[in-house]
Design a protein. Structure first.
Length: 630
């Protein structure tokens, strides 16, 4: 799978790969052709790293990246030739122009889903090449005849000095990109990749994240264009067509998406193999296609993933290396453990927030829904739904399958906009308010299928809940832990506090979230809500798939959380025993309408409610089965 799991903590291995290329290029005796090909490969690697941020970490696809390489190259060269700009200024302006174009295009294409972006960028690439070859821009860019690029001052455009410059830029790009992907912004991008609806409900501005990722990707492509223009000395539109965009994507596939360092390896193979080792055009095309198919089918994780597998195999085979790896993992667990004083301060701060919020909310209903109607085409999912939830209560929503329970949660959290009626959260209307704004008002929800990022560890998944409350900075995140270390330590402390509250053992917190069992994943979601200082916690089928013992344990956790923090909880569940154990009040839905409301035992005792539920409540699953209930 091309868009698979992204890798964590890629800075060191990626710098090793980039550093290895630098040392090899400077130390080894290279003939002129190989030196030229290596410089071109490094330039294309920078473009591929940018594409990796978009594809591997954000889950979006672009098939027009060569166009942005061309824009950066042509704009910089034209400014030097026609406007007489000094090279540094021409580079800044040329890359800046590319960034502005990407920002404008991105504001449009991010509205589409994955393949909508792919098609839009594909056509943009075609239009760019058509414009460069046309007569209108011929005086500036040379049209089909191309544009001669003068040598760069100081380093020239060939030889070891230019190779060193290109590799230094590569090392800087690797550092900045790894800093970004391991930051608060990087975590948000990965949640967008996992599920855009979940990301919006978590308070992330999805379109903004996608636009930032797309713009960053295109800026790196422009930088690659500047370096590539210097080494080739001539720019022709045919060198930046659809074929080259496919080549950049192939570098990502061959090297490994979501790795940062992998695209460097992919760029070396995709550039040097046909450009230097295989000079014959027909043979080169066949071998290139065979290599690409090999990685697509047999090695979907690319060269980087293969290297990790080999490294893991060696660690298992060599006991000493295995012990070293174990110590490294233990060291990581110790590093992320919070400072006791910081943790105490965080808990105290969270408690004060809860107390102040509870006092401010006194006497105001946590949730009011008046005449809510939600439709899908001609189908009415909710009709004339009225609902009142007291602040500080646990309110259950029950009903048969298809009754509209999850639809109601989606309307409250802003994922659906009601056709009629109004919803107020603590007295403020949320009708038409986007999900991330509703999240900022303290509305946090979980999903029936746990909405975790599988390739992030438990701690980082919980820290995603702070995106709406502890605002980070994209620019600061580019600078790495030197700039964000203090903030990350504070986020770690809050995440540990929330995980303590929901009963996730410290030994499980450094694991990738996909390696947790279902019950633990649901607790991680709840912890993400707690860490975000929720006022209203919406739980969608938290008991689905759990055993009797797991349900009892989760119920105890929710009651403890409710008691300690005074949260208002709105919970959906089919398991009536669980509801009777934790709920203060209950609302019953059937065919999108409210048919009962009140104290749980009294409501369930009504004959019409009992008739509705004949055969609906499912028996809890066996403790050892771990399969989903109804």
């Amino acid at each position: 799978m091309i868009i698979g799991d992204a890798k964590n903590r890629t800075l060191v291995p990626s710098l090793v790969i980039a550093g290895g290329v630098t040392v090899a290029g400077l130390v080894l005796p290279l003939d002129t052709t190989l030196e030229f090909t290596l410089i071109a490969a490094v330039a294309w690697a920078i473009a591929a790293i940018g594409l990796d941020v978009l594809v591997g970490f954000t889950g979006q696809i672009s098939f027009g990246q060569a166009a942005f390489v061309a824009i950066g190259a042509y704009a910089t060269s034209a400014l030097r030739i026609h406007a007489g700009f000094p090279t540094p200024l021409a580079v800044v302006v040329g890359v800046g122009v590319t960034g502005v174009i990407a920002l404008l295009l991105g504001s449009i294409v991010v509205r589409y889903r994955i393949f909508g972006i792919a098609v839009a960028t594909l056509f943009f690439g075609y239009l760019t090449m058509t414009a460069l070859m046309g007569d209108v821009l011929r005086p500036v860019f040379g049209g089909a005849n191309g544009l001669a690029v003068p040598e760069y001052e100081l380093v020239g455009s060939h030889g070891k000095p230019y190779l060193l410059l290109t590799c230094v830029v590569l090392l800087i790009v690797v550092f900045v990109t790894c800093s970004l992907t391991d930051s608060q912004t990087g975590r948000a991008l990965r949640l967008v990749k996992t599920n855009e609806a979940v990301a919006a409900a978590a308070g992330i501005r999805v379109r903004r994240m996608k636009m930032l990722s797309f713009t960053y990707c295109c800026v790196l492509a422009a930088i690659a264009g500047v370096l590539y223009a210097g080494v080739v000395g001539y720019l022709g539109p045919e060198g930046f067509g659809i074929k080259q965009s496919v080549n950049i994507f192939a570098m990502l596939v061959v090297g490994g998406a979501g790795t940062v360092g992998g695209p460097i390896l992919g760029a070396l193979l995709v550039t040097i193999l046909p450009g230097y080792l295989l000079r014959d055009g027909h043979v080169s095309a066949v071998v290139f296609a065979a290599v690409l198919l090999f990685f697509l089918i047999l090695l979907p994780e690319g060269i980087y993933g293969l290297g990790q597998r080999v490294g893991a195999w060696i660690a298992r085979m060599v006991p000493a290396l295995g012990r070293f790896a174990s110590r490294r993992r233990s060291a990581h667990v110790r590093r992320v453990a919070p400072d006791p004083d910081a943790a105490t301060a965080t808990v105290g701060g969270a408690s004060r927030v809860v107390d102040e919020t509870a006092e401010a909310d006194a006497g105001i209903p946590a949730l009011e829904a008046d005449g809510i109607e939600v439709t899908f085409g001609g189908f009415v999912a909710l009709s004339d739904v009225d609902l009142r939830i007291r602040a500080g209560s646990v309110h259950a929503i029950i009903g048969p399958n298809g009754a509209g329970k999850t639809t109601l949660l989606n309307a409250v959290s802003g994922l659906y906009v009601p056709a009629k009626g109004d919803i107020r959260v603590f007295g403020e209307s949320t009708r038409g308010v986007p999900p991330h704004r509703i999240r900022q008002r303290g509305v946090v929800r979980t999903f029936q299928t746990p909405a975790i990022v599988p390739d992030l560890d438990v701690l980082d998944n919980v820290k995603l809940g702070l995106d709406a409350d502890e605002k980070g900075s994209f620019w600061t995140d580019l600078l790495g832990r030197l700039a964000t270390g203090r903030r990350e330590r504070a986020l770690d402390a809050e995440a540990h506090w929330a995980l303590d509250a929901v009963g996730i053992d410290e030994s499980r917190r450094a694991l990738l979230a996909k390696n947790l069992d279902l019950s633990e994943q649901k607790r991680v979601e709840i912890a993400r809500g707690l860490v975000g200082h929720a006022r209203l916690l919406l739980l969608d089928e938290p008991t689905a798939g759990l055993s009797v013992k797991q349900m009892e344990s989760l119920g105890a956790t929710l009651k403890d959380v409710h008691r300690r923090f005074g949260l208002t909880i709105m919970v959906i569940s089919h398991h009536i025993g669980f509801i009777l154990d934790i709920a203060d009040e209950m609302t019953v839905l059937d065919y999108g309408r409210v048919i009962g409301n009140g104290e749980p035992a009294e409501v369930l005792a009504r004959p019409e409610i009992a008739a509705t539920f004949m055969g609906v409540e499912s028996d809890p699953v066996d403790e050892t089965a771990g399969t989903e209930g109804s």
